[in-house]
Design a binder for this molecule. Structure first.
Ligand code: ASP
Ligand code: MG
Length: 409
């Protein structure tokens, strides 16, 4: 008998019929004698609907009140799923994040989990209940409702699995695992039977939407056994997220191609090339709570240099506004930017032991006439920023050049 945490995403609980389906799956696991804790998202489209509604009322919704509104999506699902379970004769109980208690900090709309009191869940499990918990939400010290950022139910699932020392955390979604890239762009993409945490973390942070990045960090840190599976298939092993030392299988050099259109690029021209300048530019950006991703500073000449970096597209205007006084203060020549860019990355732990990955990538892009605007590398990834309109082409070309295309049947 095992303790299993199952998380079901919005599509998996997108209708009454699908909720009943999930209930049947949960009942099967319970019927095999396992203890089951279920975390659910809001029904698909619901969070977007609530955000749009909030924006109709207040252009930039008050963050505290937005979280009160958004948390209702998951609250509906936990009740409906519990009803469906009870209808099947399974004892079930639902809890909101605040009821559990899932304690978070007070950063509304992107709160972090600080601690989880799992006593109530354990007591219910001991009484033979299936416990159904609302994903994506918690409560701060002052009792305010908070939410964990888009996709946050994954993090709730993994955090609960960590707190309960669960045997496995199963993330049920509308795809049957983690793919080498998005099959909607590359039909030849393949499901990976395993992927390492490090790779998954890179993939998530580079734009792969399968798992929320924070959930992967959590799982790595607390060594939660994490598996991504389809809620629409009866069988299937999905993709197991492994620790590299456990992964004895022959590793491909590149595991996947990730991409993302969520960024914008900002360049400051003619920056005085002197100590402290990066801090003078990025300090205020950080203070404004804007995350910076790639940073490139050119070699200076004549005492001047150019300084470029990327931020989330949503923060583009805010970054420009934040930097306006800074530009004047440091007497830079100007600032420009654009949000029609895309980042494409090749990820794989095999890079550590293989040279030439970056040059293979650059050659493949050059052959397609795709201009690279920025480059960044780590031990296990190479990322490039390119014009958004070539993104799909770049992804297809790289998927092929690194041998990821599905072998013809
Ligand atoms: N309902 C939230 C969202 O759409 C959280 C989640 O689904 O994980 O982002
Ligand atoms: Mg999700």
């Amino acid at each position: 008998m095992a303790l299993i945490v199952q998380k079901y995403g919005g599509t998996s609980v997108g209708s009454a019929e699908r909720i009943k389906n999930v209930a049947r799956r949960v009942a099967r696991w319970k019927g095999k004698g396992h203890d089951v804790v279920v975390v659910v998202s809001a029904m698909s489209g619901e969070t977007n609907r609530l955000i749009a509604l909030a924006k109709e009322v207040q252009g930039t919704p008050d963050p505290r009140e937005l979280d009160v509104a958004l948390s209702t999506g998951e609250q509906v699902t936990i009740a409906l799923l519990s009803m469906a379970l009870i209808d099947l004769g399974v004892r079930a109980r639902s809890y909101t994040g605040g009821q559990v208690k899932i304690m978070t900090d007070s950063a509304f709309t992107k709160a972090r989990i600080v601690s989880i009191d799992e006593a109530r869940i354990r007591a219910d499990l001991a009484h033979g209940h299936v416990v159904v918990v609302a994903g994506f939400q918690g409560v701060d010290e002052a009792g305010n409702i908070t939410t964990l950022g888009r996709g946050g139910s994954d993090t709730t699932g993994v955090a609960l699995a960590a707190a309960l020392k669960a045997d496995e955390c199963q993330i049920y979604t509308d795809v049957d695992g983690v793919y080498t890239t998005d099959p909607r762009i590359v039909p030849e993409a393949r499901r990976l039977s395993t992927i390492t945490f490090e790779e998954m973390l890179e993939m998530a942070s580079l734009g792969s939407k399968v798992l929320q990045i924070r959930s992967v960090e959590f799982a790595g840190k607390y060594r939660v056994k994490l598996r991504v599976l389809s809620s629409f298939e009866e069988e299937g092993e999905g993709t197991l997220i492994t620790f590299e030392e456990d992964d004895k299988m022959e590793q491909a050099i590149i595991s996947g191609i990730a991409f993302n259109r969520d960024e914008a690029k900002i360049t400051i021209l003619g920056v005085p090339d002197r100590p402290g300048i990066a801090y003078q530019i990025l300090g205020p950006v950080g203070d404004a709570n804007i995350d910076v991703d790639m940073i490139v500073q050119n070699v200076g000449h004549d005492g001047l240099t150019d300084f470029s970096f990327t931020v989330h597209r949503n923060d583009y205007q805010k970054t420009l506004d934040t930097l306006k006084p800074v530009i004047a203060h440091i007497k830079a020549r100007g600032i420009h930017g654009g949000d029609k860019i895309a980042k494409v990355s090749a990820v794989g732990v095999g890079m550590r032991s293989h040279a030439g990955i970056a040059s293979t990538m650059f050659r493949a892009l050059a052959e397609e006439g795709i201009n690279i605007e920025m480059i960044s590398t780590s031990e296990i990834k190479v990322s490039v920023v390119i014009d958004e309109k070539y993104m799909e082409l770049a992804v297809r070309v790289l998927h092929k050049v690194f041998g990821l295309d599905q072998p013809a049947a």
